[in-house]
Design a protein around this ligand. Structure first.
Ligand SMILES: Cc1cc2nc3c(=O)[nH]c(=O)nc-3n(C[C@H](O)[C@H](O)[C@H](O)COP(=O)(O)OP(=O)(O)OC[C@H]3O[C@@H](n4cnc5c(N)ncnc54)[C@H](O)[C@@H]3O)c2cc1C
Length: 469
């Protein structure tokens, strides 16, 4: 009997009968794509152009009913399955070779309740969707800094961005989630319903189910904020980064400031300090004065801007489809040795697109207890990462090497763990380090909600029971 060859959860081979696939397809409102179908080539692509995986089937879910059907079908046939939110995981965990891809990219609605200041956001929405709809009411919640990143993966792993110091991580702003479990059931989790699951989805990644909807607390933001960059030449970068270290960690929570080593359009290597102040413009002018005076900078491009424009400002550095590789460390200090290592390593950057970034944490992020949610590293001040960006496949080895050398160089300055949303294929030890003492509780939760480790294409927490190999 003809069938579709597929890969099982543990990497074996299986064949699903054509009639079974056809019956599954007929139960969906969205499309079931196969390699011969129009739309398949685009649907299997993710943000990182290094990823080239080919699922046997892609379910373009049109709603929670399709997700339930997809999970039940995959479970029944023991199929390797991936969940695609915005497709931005660096290692392409959203897509899998020979398996079933549960694609949420058709589920992007955002419904705002301006009276309660809440938003219900579908699991495949992008950050730009969230900001666009909430800013229509002068509201926002913490999101990351690139508009085409997925709300799903970002929030489930924590979610840091320009509002985090004032309002906490994206996961700290969650009021509830709707989750399709490995049994194909729809659960709601909040502070009063399935509380253990609610604890786990706030930092524990996609380990516990497919989140079809997130409900967020919103806050008044903008629509005008003071944002932009000051730029210093690489020759002045050491002093600029030392200044940034003191300035950023003592700044009020309304200010977020990231330091980015980059190559400017004229080919000069520089450090840019990118800021967003969500307080009143007058307060922002006062707070930003020392930063704008220091140096003085090569250029000062800080001005009143719509919040959504500040949120889109970094998009140009991370176009979809280029080749990317990154690694990261969490830092609580930027010592002078770390500054020196950063500046000297950037002087050897092999591509004009590659970056070294210090993304600021602190403020409200650190005021949540380390075990109040699954997100453990509450006391760090910066997510420090090196990103190689290139286009020619022949350059891959050199680009990856530059990031790995940076990671080794910065290891002595790291708190010993990193941001789970930066992990690719680093393995279980790094996942453990990302979760600290919370790891054991996450294992227990995984064993309860997904004992067979069906949701395994993520920063995986291995359950203690079932077919977890
Ligand atoms: C250009 C760029 C900028 C970034 N900027 C930031 C930033 O400012 N702040 C920050 O905190 N992080 C940032 N990140 C990291 C980002 O949080 C992670 O890459 C995250 O995994 C992206 O989520 P996604 O939905 O786009 O990814 P995907 O690759 O689709 O998913 C990643 C993981 O989450 C799971 N997942 C996704 N959606 C769901 C869902 N609805 N239900 C269950 N599981 C789901 C997937 O199965 C997968 O394991 C950035 C990443 C990129 C590439």
């Amino acid at each position: 009997m003809a069938g579709v060859p597929m890969i099982t959860t543990v990497g074996g081979e299986t064949v699903v009968e054509e009639a079974t696939v056809a019956a599954f397809s007929s139960r969906l409102r969205g499309e079931l794509l196969r390699p011969s179908h129009n739309g398949y080539a685009g649907a299997r692509k993710v943000w990182n152009g290094m990823i080239d995986k080919r699922p046997a089937l892609i379910v373009r879910c049109a709603g929670v009913g399709d997700v339930v059907n997809a999970v039940r079908f995959a479970r029944e046939h023991d199929l390797l399955s991936s969940v695609r939110g915005g497709g931005h995981n660096i290692a392409g965990k959203a897509v899998c070779d020979g398996g079933l891809m549960i694609d949420l990219s058709g589920m992007r609605s955002v419904q705002v309740d301006p009276i309660k200041r809440t938003a219900r956001v579908e699991g495949g929405a992008l950050l730009g969707d969230l900001d666009h709809q909430t800013q229509a009411f002068g509201l926002a919640t913490t999101a990351g800094v690139v508009t085409h990143t997925g709300v799903g993966g970002l929030t489930l792993g924590g979610g840091v961005g320009r509002l985090a110091r004032k309002h906490g991580l994206a996961c700290d702003n969650l009021l509830a989630v709707e989750v399709v479990t490995t049994a194909g059931e729809v659960l709601r989790a909040s502070a009063t319903e399935n509380e253990d699951l609610f604890w786990g989805v706030r930092g524990g990644g996609g380990n516990f189910g497919v989140v079809t909807a997130f409900e967020y607390q919103l806050h008044p933001v903008g629509p005008g904020v003071l944002g932009g960059i000051v730029v210093h030449r690489l020759e002045k970068a050491q002093a600029a980064l030392e200044f940034y270290h003191e300035y950023s960690r003592t700044a009020p929570d309304e200010l977020s400031a990231d330091a980015i080593f980059l190559t400017s359009p004229d080919g000069a290597r520089v450090v840019a300090i990118s800021v967003c102040c969500i307080g009143p413009i007058g307060q922002g002018e006062r707070v930003l004065q020392p930063l704008r005076r220091f140096g003085p900078p090569l250029s000062d491009q800080i001005l009143p801007l719509p919040y959504t424009e500040v949120q889109a400002a970094a998009d140009a550095f991370f176009p979809i489809g280029l080749r990317y590789y990154w690694k990261s460390h969490f830092l609580s200090e930027i010592s002078s040795d770390a500054v020196e290592a950063t500046v000297s390593h950037f002087a050897r950057v092999p591509s004009a697109r590659s970056l070294l970034v210090f993304q600021q944490f602190g403020g409200a992020v650190g005021r949540v207890g380390r075990s109040e949610t699954a997100f453990w590293h509450r006391d760090v001040q910066w997510d420090n990462f090196a990103v190689s960006v290139w286009t020619n496949p022949a350059d891959s080895e050199r680009q990856v090497q530059w990031v790995r050398e940076w990671w080794d160089l910065m290891k002595p300055f790291s708190v010993g763990g990193e941001y789970v949303n930066n992990l690719g294929e680093e393995g279980e030890d790094r996942v453990r380090a990302a979760y600290g003492v919370n790891y054991e509780r996450l294992v227990a939760l995984k064993s309860k909600y997904d004992p067979a480790n069906f949701f395994r294409l993520n920063a995986n927490i291995t359950p203690t029971m079932g077919a977890a190999s």
